[in-house]
Design a protein around this ligand. Structure first.
Ligand code: PLP
Length: 384
């Protein structure tokens, strides 16, 4: 069967491939510490589970409107208004099965062939994959270790051309754990304020931030209507497998994105949407507990990584990733990741899974227990 040409331009997310390799080793009897996959190791809070079960029992098992159940859209609009200090309404919200479809749909809806999209590199691999898929031109902006993995705003100025259609930002960031500070974001806004550039702001880790407060470019005067915020339940409510997320965008774009939902998945799972109302409106102590546990693990992993000869790791300020520089080990990113998996039983991701500027780094997800993180550090030391 001959595939359509566009399939050759579609990338993937290697985290799932490494997970499969690690599972195969486990099936052969090897003990593997999983530091590769980007999902919290906590269970979903019980009040959310209960709300989903009640919703099924109460008949929420049919289609819902494509952009989401009205009560949930209102709940999200209220949440976004409160957390971003802006005034959002339900018609600016589109509910999606996970945060990922927001990047898929927004890039599909906005980027014409030949349009340029500036995106963070190393960064979430699906940005580049989708830009290529729709025939756009990916324009990577390098995240720099010496800037705590923010990008150089002067470099942004140089990358902008008349063809720049979209700027993708992500803070807190995957894979580096870096954040863009309010000052960075003000500078970015200043550079693009007079240009016809839309922003896709991926804020999926917005509540997993350890220093300072989350700040969105949408909060800058004149930017709310030109910014699409991607957010969701996967990371800070530990709901990765539920597939629940949302995009918040201006009223004209929202129905277009909803049309893409209609054309693809029809709607997000209806009883999951009911549970999402409970997630936002019920007790929030689990989010605080998870964040504080991640904070403690961050100390352990960063100290541990810095004690390995050849590794140096800057302190991440958000999400649950550490991204050490490994150039002094003498290995490249791929060989080291393979060595750690096959010889040490520690599964990690190569920096290059996140783009060419990830060479020289590997990504650790510290969504694993303190004991396992300490054991992983020991194992790495013993195989290097
Ligand atoms: N954006 C970033 C930066 C991510 O790291 C991830 C997941 O790893 C997503 C979006 C997708 O989240 P979801 O699982 O809700 O689709």
């Amino acid at each position: 069967m001959k595939l359509a040409d566009r399939m050759a331009r579609l990338g993937t997310e290697t985290a799932f491939e490494v997970l499969a390799k690690a599972k195969k080793l486990e099936a052969e009897g090897k003990n593997i510490i999983h530091l590769e996959i980007g999902e919290p190791d906590f269970g979903t809070p019980s009040n959310i589970n209960k709300a989903a079960i009640e919703a099924i029992n109460n008949g929420y098992s049919h289609y819902s409107p494509s952009p989401g159940i009205p009560e949930l859209r209102t709940s999200i609009a209220n949440y976004m208004s409160k957390t971003r200090g802006l005034n959002y309404t339900a018609d600016e919200v589109v509910v999606t099965p996970g945060g990922k479809p927001v990047m898929f749909f927004v890039i599909l809806a906005l980027v014409n062939e030949g349009d340029e999209v500036i995106y963070p590199n190393p960064g979430f691999p699906i940005y580049e994959s989708m830009i290529n898929f729709v025939g756009g031109k990916p324009v990577p902006i390098q995240l720099r270790e010496d800037k705590n993995f923010a990008f150089d705003t002067e470099e942004l100025r140089k990358l902008i051309t008349d063809k720049t259609k979209l700027l993708i930002m992500n803070s807190p960031q995957n894979p580096t754990g870096g954040i863009l500070t309010k000052e960075d974001i003000i500078k970015i806004a200043d550079i693009i304020k007079d240009k016809d550039i839309t922003i896709l702001s991926d804020e999926i880790y917005s509540r997993l931030i350890f220093e300072g407060e989350h700040f969105s470019i949408a909060q800058i005067d004149g930017f709310k209507d030109r910014t699409i915020i991607l957010d969701g339940y996967s990371k800070y409510y530990a709901m990765t497998g539920w597939r629940a997320g949302f995009g918040v965008m201006n009223k004209d774009l929202a129905p277009q994105i909803a049309k893409l939902v209609t054309n693809s998945v029809s709607c997000t799972n209806t009883f999951v949407q009911m549970a999402c109302i409970e997630a936002l409106e019920g007790p929030q102590d689990s989010v605080d507990m998870m964040r504080e546990e991640f904070r403690a693990r961050r100390e352990i992993i960063v100290d541990g990584l810095n004690s390995i000869q050849g590794f140096s790791c800057v302190m991440p300020h958000g999400a649950f990733y550490a991204f050490p520089n490994i150039t002094k080990t003498g290995y490249n990113s791929k060989d080291l990741a393979d060595h750690l998996l096959y010889k040490g039983g520690v599964a990690v991701l190569t920096g290059t899974s996140f783009g060419a500027f990830g060479e020289g780094y590997i990504r650790f997800s510290y969504a694993n227990s303190r004991e396992n993180i300490k054991e992983a550090i020991k194992r790495i030391k013993s195989v290097l």
